[in-house]
Design a protein around this ligand. Structure first.
Ligand code: SF4
Ligand code: SF4
Length: 180
């Protein structure tokens, strides 16, 4: 019998716990963040064409925009690649600096990566980007441990090359050894 449904359930629990942590600990801090991720420095924002067109208020067809971009005459903060666009080095046009908030919050046009940052479920683990000042690693571990219950153990490991990227792994606790 496959254990896939159990995995699926744990994945879903972790995704829900990550989203709840963001709602509780991260999003309330965003308006007073000292280094907003929406300034896109050092973060890179991955965008689809419809997002580029909307955020940068582009009227021309995509092919014309791509030609302009390739010729170095497009927005300097955008690079194209793999059918997508990557913005970096200037604040996102949807960022409201005065309020420290996103003008497209809760709207379908908001890029998926924005909702995932800085804590998200990925392949049965939780990934946290500690470049967000609102993330507390120990608090997050406690949060995940509470969400999955006492039958599981939560451990963390930092990426070798990007130590601010931490993966929280959830494993079943071993039952205590009995004598006899
Ligand atoms: S870095 Fe974190 S706290 Fe700051 S704006 Fe981004 S998500 Fe919010
Ligand atoms: S779309 Fe909104 S959340 Fe995403 S980078 Fe721009 S302002 Fe920030």
């Amino acid at each position: 019998m496959s254990s896939r449904p159990h995995h699926r359930r744990l994945d879903d629990e972790l995704a829900a716990a990550a989203a709840a942590y963001q709602a509780s600990a991260v999003i309330p801090h965003c308006p007073q963040c000292s280094n907003s991720c929406c300034r896109l420095d050092p973060l890179v924002l991955e965008l689809e064409w419809k997002q580029v067109r909307t955020f940068w208020q582009i009227d021309e067809a995509r092919a014309a925009f791509d030609r302009r971009l390739a010729a170095g005459n497009g927005p300097q903060e955008i690079r194209a690649g793999n059918g997508l666009y990557y913005a970096h080095g200037k604040p996102c046009p949807a960022f409201d600096e005065a309020c420290g908030s996103c003008r497209v919050y809760g709207q379908p046009i908001k890029p998926a990566g924005c909702s995932d940052f800085p804590v998200y479920e990925d392949g049965g683990s939780v990934v946290a980007d500690l470049r967000c000042e609102a993330v507390g690693l120990e608090a997050l571990k406690d949060w995940i441990a509470k969400a999955v219950g006492p039958g599981f153990r939560v451990s963390s490991s930092a990426d070798e090359n990007f130590p601010f990227m931490v993966t929280l792994t959830v494993k079943k606790s071993k039952p205590p050894k009995t004598r006899g």
